[in-house]
Design a protein around this ligand. Structure first.
Ligand code: SF4
Length: 333
């Protein structure tokens, strides 16, 4: 790899990107697995190790085809609904979280459960519960129907309204405009969310902010890294699945920040060689649910097309690790 581009990590001097002659790849840092995904995937692996197959998993444990297919080969059985799990079996709840009604359904079927909900999603659940207890109208900025949003809204269905995008603000009505708070899905575009909140605040000037950022550190860090490299890029390739909210957002952020083109790919083979026509600089990043092996595959493929020079663009260092769920903790290696 050639020169690293540091974008402001404390203790390191910022440098301007040196244009190198010929084709190159800018590789976003951080990218890929976040602490919540790492924990969720390891939870299923350890559950399989400890209890043997099958281990049922409600919804895709994380939104990535490769991860789901790999765990399925190892004995995980992915189901959409709790009643698809046989009575008394073991079920893991995905990183996106579930509504309280799902825990009730699981208890009714005598299921043994392991909750792999990301602690940063649980934090938003707790905020929803707390503000519902205080009888606030809660405006949950997020994508209607996304599993995480369904789970968070399910904590306080009588108090939560989902606001899907800035234009949806026009339809929002509340009981008391002086008792309104906004919360959000963890994997949204920071910029679009702030636009939605700006419009909500125009309508409800005393709108309260969440006690702390709901859009998680991993989503924010990956968007910052893409913004830093996108203006240099003729093309940004985001490794991730189409149902991965944070991965799809990275494509939008890349385009918004000046990349001439951007595409989402699950695998290296999804790269269409015509995308590379006339291209000098390709940016590469990956969503928070994407294992690094898939990024390596993309870099190898790009190298075959002459993009062998790879320059990291580093905007943050991530060190966060979450403890495994209690039921499986002893099994962590
Ligand atoms: S993207 Fe954020 S909220 Fe989602 S699993 Fe990762 S750390 Fe948790």
């Amino acid at each position: 790899m050639s020169a690293t581009v540091n974008m402001g990590i404390p203790g390191a001097a910022s440098t301007v990107v040196d244009r190198v002659a010929g084709k190159r790849v800018l590789l976003a840092e951080p990218r890929g697995y976040c602490a919540g995904v790492d924990r969720a995937v390891e939870t299923v692996e350890r559950a399989l190790e400890k209890h043997g197959a099958p281990v049922y998993v409600r919804h895709e444990i994380v939104h990535n085809r490769y991860v789901v297919e790999t765990l399925a080969k190892a004995g995980a059985v992915f189901v959409e609904k709790t009643d698809e799990v046989p009575e008394g079996a073991l079920v893991v709840f995905s990183a996106h979280g579930v509504a309280p009604t799902v825990h009730v359904e699981a208890a009714e079927r005598n299921l043994r459960t392991i909750d792999a909900t990301c602690p940063l999603v649980t934090k938003v659940h707790n905020e929803a519960k707390r503000f519902a207890r205080d009888d606030y109208d809660i405006l949950l900025v997020g994508h209607e129907g996304h599993e995480e949003v369904v789970g968070t809204a399910g904590e306080a269905p009588d108090h939560v309204q989902v606001v899907d995008n800035p234009d949806a603000v026009d339809k929002v009505t509340v009981r008391d405009p002086n008792k309104v708070i906004w919360l959000s899905q963890t994997t949204l575009s920071v910029d679009e969310t702030m636009e939605t909140v700006r419009r909500l605040r125009e309508k409800f000037p005393t709108l309260q902010d969440p006690p702390s950022d709901d859009i998680c550190y991993a989503t924010q860090n990956r968007q910052v890294a893409v913004k830093a490299m996108a203006p240099e890029c003729d093309l940004v390739i985001v490794v991730g699945s189409t149902n991965s909210s944070n991965s799809v957002r990275l494509v939008e952020v890349a385009l918004g920040a000046g990349a001439a083109a951007s595409h989402l790919v699950d695998y290296a083979e999804d790269i269409d060689p015509t995308w590379l026509d006339g291209v000098t600089t390709v940016g590469v990043t990956s969503g928070a649910s994407v294992p690094e092996v898939l990024v390596r595959g993309v870099l190898d493929r790009l190298a075959e097309y002459g993009f062998g020079t790879v320059q990291p663009v580093t905007t943050a260092n991530e060190t966060l690790v979450f403890a495994l769920p209690r039921e499986i903790r002893a099994a962590r290696h």
